[in-house]
Design a protein around this ligand. Sequence first.
Ligand code: TPP
Ligand code: MG
Length: 613
Amino acid sequence: MTVLTVAQATVRFLANQWTERDGVRQRLFAGCFGIFGHGNVAGLGQALLEAGDALPYHLPRNEQAMVHTAVGYARMRNRLSTFACTTSIGPGATNMVTGAALATINRVPVLLLPADTFATRVASPVLQELELPGSLDVSVNDCFRPVSVFFDRISRPEQLASSLLAATRVLTDPAATGAVTLAMPQDVQAEAHDFPEELFAERVWKVRRPAPAAEDLAEAVELIRTARRPLLVSGGGTIYSEATGALRALAEATGIPVAETQAGKGSLPFDHPAAVGAIGATGTTAANALAREADVVIGVGTRWSDFTTASRTAFQHPGVRFVNLNVAPVDAYKHAGVPLVADARAGLLALADGLRGWSVEGDYAALAVRLAQEWERTVTRAHTLGHGPLPAQSEIIGVVQELSEPADVVVCAAGSMPGDLHKLWRTRDPKGYHVEYGYSCMGYEIAGGLGVKMADPSREVTVMVGDGSYLMMAQEIATAVQEGVKLTIVLVQNHGFQSIGALSESLGSQRFGTRYRYRGADALLPVDLAANAASLGAQVLRASTVEEFRKALAQARAAEVTTVVHVETDPSVPAPDSESWWDVPVAQVSELESTRRARVAYEEGRRAQRPLL
Ligand SMILES: Cc1ncc(C[n+]2csc(CCOP(=O)(O)OP(=O)(O)O)c2C)c(N)n1
Ligand SMILES: [Mg+2]
């Protein structure tokens, strides 16, 4: 037996957990982020101090941001390694709720350790305690329940062992993973207990590759063999499973074209003959044209988000059928598909086996190639518009693309940039595209980019961030500087929410509330985000033309320190149209003519929606 505090036992346990897939082992927890307060400073803080390098500690600037960093890291490591995050009670804890939701929605593992109020005494109330007259066992940490895939509160030391084991099982299960929250009352963290020695033995969590059930596989193969216009749709699961080679082999053997979701972008190199690029509301005209007439759609590792299905208007073939290869049953059963509940790689290999000797007709494969080439010409045009006096955003993307190496990573999350990148980025490496579009959380960009770079320091990481997102969460620049982690940050200043502005305008709401301007006037605000970035310790370069931007970006890439390139763009130039639709309801009655017109168009758009049942 070993006498340790609950916090010491937790840290010792975390330091001894490993994952293993395909014989490759890595630490499940690369370290722990934490912001200390009275709830954790003498508990988990003391334990981390004592543990030293056994579980390296990192000091971030904001609790939400540190969860983003952990997510960026875990996604880059294909969910096989992550961070723990500790906070004090109250606001420190609830600051993590958004990060928890982001992790759970993106199905990325993070371990959250918010401190909780006293378990052994009634403080009524301690500083930052929520005091509900009607229920004495509720704390703010109950907010984590709906956004966590596992939640427990360690009110007694005796609970710790089973809770840690359950938490780790969920974190390492690709079908179940997300935010795992263990709320730690401040007194219990510091309480000593005699823990069994075995709790601290090295433990290896095998991440297996379950194969599809034989009868489901047979049904899927039979269905695909009848298809005349099949389409593969690849999601994040393909990349997490390291199944891009198997996907490519299947596409090459069968000629089935491959479209990509946001999380699945990079499943094939953009110039592969079977690649038709992004699908859905932010898709390419190539993928969307093929989707419209596809008779069998094979989803691999996709959640079938509303963006991917263009709000269920993307698939218009009257008899369209789905095959869903997914390790998570919830996704495998969507759209009344034939469920292949399996690891993406194992499932793709099994499908390739079953489809041996079968391929699509030459005409169809040629059509896919022709459509993809057409879209590539559209991309080249958008990258090199020659717009002035301020550059268009698509030209900024073009220059970042031009200067980037295949293994570089582009990071983004919210605004107009994710859609533009989905359409216009030419991905050449499965880990080269990192856009958080499950939660599309403004503020993820810099914090997430930090995690990406920590996960793979050998790659150049370029964070693309809008002024709106930057203003929500820029402070992790200071953390990057502190940690000696080099990021290139492209800060696109367009004085407000271009994305929501354009959406608002298209829905008859005239860009209401989306422009950063003085109240009642049209003049820009005297806000200098470049100066702000410099104040946080970054090297900052300013550009106002495409040429200046190219020069500045080259300098930023060559730099060894985190460098922000500030560029002002013209928000009035949209990215090329994807010939798709997204369901955003418009007011059914209105006194505004613009709204009434938008409602008519909305009702027209909705007519194309299919239930996919
Ligand atoms: C935390 C959060 N709040 C609100 C939104 C809704 N939203 C999506 S994009 C956007 C504006 C983003 O502005 P900016 O970063 O400047 O990018 P731009 O749209 O100008 O390209 C807003 C408010 C969001 N995605 N995340
Ligand atoms: Mg903006």
